[in-house]
Design a protein around this ligand. Structure first.
Ligand code: P1T
Length: 387
């Protein structure tokens, strides 16, 4: 299919890169599960030499994902963290990077314990543009790294405002769009230079792949990322690419179902006597609800809430759920629940965690697409068992 931005996102998710196999007519494109390609004579080949360099299945996925983020280019990787690594490798050594103060624990760990040998990292609350401007003046970053909504506190940054500021100070902006997926938010259209995704989450949606992607419009930067991917090798495998191509077909219907359930559960939790507070961008009580409503076309399926009490109550509650699975990760069709302080964000030093609000009574849920009544019944019995 010719690349077009006129088709709706649900149509593009289904058809871009997913065209029938031209040789057989098979409606589902085959997996090119191959490491290498036969050449007629040295250097005489059909455009494919080795799968680290090129693979037709991965290429199909990249065509689809670029289209979903209104991008010219996409590079897919073996994990979300591999995508982050490629972007960091693409910056000149000793660059200054300004990162949001609430990001996935693995991103924080990579920046502060590995990549700090290559670049200088500083952290700022990107929801506060005054603080961002101060940091831009002080640290002169080449790149701003922003998750919005953040993991796990669901803080929302004004992407347009951030990008305008970044432009003024000649910094590039990456938005980690994993929590919203391209269905609810398109950061490139709001001025970002790069969008990064963990494909492991909503884009694949079925908890059976670990993958990542970077979408962008700059041709030179794409060439650099592609060269890095080929040289270092963190590319998406043919089978994983094929699974994501299959999973992403239902992105639209899944995101609508996640959001519908999440909105109902967040509203219900907000009234629950055992809940101290609830964070969900779709609630009027969310501090950035207005900007969320403007830059996102939905509010997603992630909720965080503060249970009354502390670690004892959190543990009891998390051990009591039966339909929700206690597990790291998010964005799959099945509901997951977790304890950020002990699980996904354990690598953040305790004083930093507490400073930004990741306390022992914080619980994160990834609302799946089950019947919502069943999810609420499960949470109800878990609360009853805890208190
Ligand atoms: O797990 P991986 O595919 O490498 O993606 C890393 C990543 C990047 N960005 C965000 C916003 C993420 O949430 C993640 C992974 N997050 C989890 C595993 C989690 O449970 O939060």
């Amino acid at each position: 299919m010719k690349k077009t931005k006129k088709l709706g996102l649900a149509t593009r998710a289904l058809h871009m890169g997913n065209e029938p196999d031209p040789t057989t007519g098979a409606i589902i494109p085959p997996i090119f599960q191959t490491s290498t390609y036969v050449q007629a004579s040295p250097g005489e080949h059909k455009g494919f030499e080795y799968t680290r360099t090129h693979n037709p299945t991965r290429r199909r996925l990249e065509t689809c994902l670029a289209s979903l983020e209104n991008a010219e280019y996409c590079v897919t990787t073996s994990s979300g963290m591999a995508a982050t690594m490629l972007l960091m490798q693409a910056l000149p050594a000793k660059s200054s990077v300004l990162c949001g103060d609430d990001v996935y624990g693995g991103t924080y760990r990579y920046f502060t314990t590995i990549c700090h040998e290559r670049h200088h990292f500083n952290f700022v609350d990107t929801t506060d543009l005054k603080k961002v401007e101060k940091a831009l003046k002080q640290f002169k970053p080449a790149l701003i790294w922003a998750e919005t909504p953040t993991n796990p506190l669901l803080k929302v940054t004004d992407i347009k405002g951030l990008c305008a500021l970044a432009k003024k100070y000649k910094a590039m902006v990456v938005v980690d769009n994993t929590f919203m997926s391209p269905y609810f938010q398109n950061p490139l259209s709001l001025g970002a230079d790069f969008v990064m995704h963990s494909l492991t989450k909503y884009i694949n949606g079925h908890s059976d792949v670990v993958g990542g992607a970077i979408m962008l419009n700059d041709q030179k930067m794409h060439e650099k990322l592609y060269k890095l991917q080929n040289s270092i090798g963190p590319c998406a495998s043919p089978f994983d690419s094929w699974l994501v191509l299959r999973g992403v077909k239902t992105l639209g219907v899944r995101m609508e179902a996640h959001q519908k359930n999440a909105m109902r559960i967040a509203t219900w939790l907000e009234k629950h006597p055992n809940v101290a507070s609830v964070v969900y961008p779709g609630l009027k009580s969310h501090p950035q609800h207005k900007i969320a409503s403007e830059q996102m076309s939905g509010f997603g399926g992630m909720i965080t809430f503060f249970i009354k009490g502390g670690l004892k109550e959190s543990r009891k509650f998390l051990k009591s759920v039966t339909l929700f699975s206690l597990a790291e990760s998010l964005g799959g069709v099945e509901s997951l629940i977790e304890h950020p302080a002990i699980m996904t964000h354990a690598s953040i030093p305790v004083e930093n965690r507490l400073k930004i609000g990741i306390t022992d009574n914080l619980i994160r849920i990834s609302v799946g697409i089950e019947d919502c009544d069943d999810l609420i019944s499960d949470l109800t019995q878990a609360f009853n068992n805890t208190y």
